[in-house]
Design a protein around this ligand. Structure first.
Ligand code: ADP
Ligand code: MG
Length: 304
């Protein structure tokens, strides 16, 4: 494409909410074969809310929420905001008193580990406890098993699952719902109609991933993908010479965005994603990717 055509295309894009950082990306967009999409914040609104709290024997729902919130206080993850908010709004959780969490560490795509003193759940003495909070697979790594029955029902409903373990024992499960964006299914259908293979990548539980995929018309997805493995998953999609696009929003997605031939940052939430992406879509919608492909086609046809 001539520099002039690209400049005109870039200007048109900017007016329509597509900020093209890399001119080559505008040329490549129409040639994408596979589009990898992140789940949280891309297909979904990325503003999760707590919908369910299940307490293990010896625990109350209020204790589960309060201890979870104590750890989440230090996390910037969207799940953390939801848990802290739910604990604040819950009368029972507000009545649970204990010292602030200490030595809290975040493990990307998995959850948090920390120590809490004064917790009554599961025991009578209020000594120091090791708390693990995060995906069921993560707490299982620490020896705590989430009962299948509890897990299955919430995951089938599309809930993201956050398990709580105390000293290696299962203490409770929190279900978090993140609404699928109203226009995600239509945007996926539009992309598929262009001949693109749409693949969802998520760190979430497989049953949760399956539920969100079903709601958005995506038949191809990978669950339990850790942030560090998302880039490799994008590279794997390029096997056989396919051109791969990646659409994501989160901080977690920056390496995957960088690994794609053409990358799209949805919304202006995470600066890191915006920095890593070729094209930033100001509107919080996957339609922006289809719009960018249309713009790419229009820009190139002018000079052919
Ligand atoms: P996604 O790929 O959908 O954006 P992430 O990679 O951020 O999700 O997280 C994957 C899973 O790890 C979540 O579904 C959740 O179970 C767990 N997790 C990660 N961070 C946290 C946190 N701060 N609090 C609770 N759970 C977390
Ligand atoms: Mg994400």
């Amino acid at each position: 494409a001539t520099p002039t055509a690209i400049m005109v295309g870039t200007g048109q894009g900017a007016r329509a909410g597509m900020l093209v950082k890399n001119a080559e990306a505008l040329e490549l967009a129409e040639r994408i074969d596979v589009l990898a999409v992140d789940k949280t914040g891309t297909l979904t609104e990325g503003e999760p809310a707590v919908t369910d709290v299940v307490a293990a024997e010896g625990w109350t729902r209020g204790q589960v929420l309060a201890v979870a919130a104590a750890l989440e206080q230090s996390s910037a993850h969207p799940i953390a905001k939801a848990v802290v908010m739910a604990a604040k709004e819950d009368d029972e959780a507000r009545g649970v008193a204990f010292a602030p969490a200490e030595a809290v560490r975040a493990i990307g795509g998995k959850g948090l580990v920390g120590r809490v003193r004064g917790v009554q759940g599961g025991t009578e003495d209020g000594g120091e406890r090791e708390i693990v909070l995060g995906s069921p697979a993560f707490v299982a790594e620490h020896g705590a098993v989430v009962p299948d029955a509890t897990l299955g029902e919430l995951a089938a409903a599309g809930r993201t699952l956050v398990a709580l373990a105390c000293d290696g024992r299962f203490a409770g499960l929190i279900g978090v719902a993140d609404r699928v964006r109203a226009d995600s299914a239509a945007a996926v259908a539009r992309l598929q109609a262009k001949g693109l293979r749409v693949v969802m990548l998520t760190g979430d539980h497989p049953a949760t991933a399956a539920a969100i995929a079903r709601q958005t018309g995506i038949s191809d997805w990978r669950a339990g993908v850790l942030p560090g493995d998302k880039a490799a998953a994008v590279q794997a999609l390029a096997a056989g010479g396919a051109r791969v696009g990646m659409a994501g929003d989160g901080i977690n997605d920056a390496p995957a965005l960088a690994a794609a031939d053409v990358s799209f940052a949805i919304g202006v939430g995470a600066d890191v994603a915006v920095e890593a992406a070729d094209i930033t879509l100001v509107r919080n919608s996957l339609h922006g990717v289809a719009d960018a492909i249309d713009l790419s086609r229009a820009t190139l046809s002018k000079i052919r």
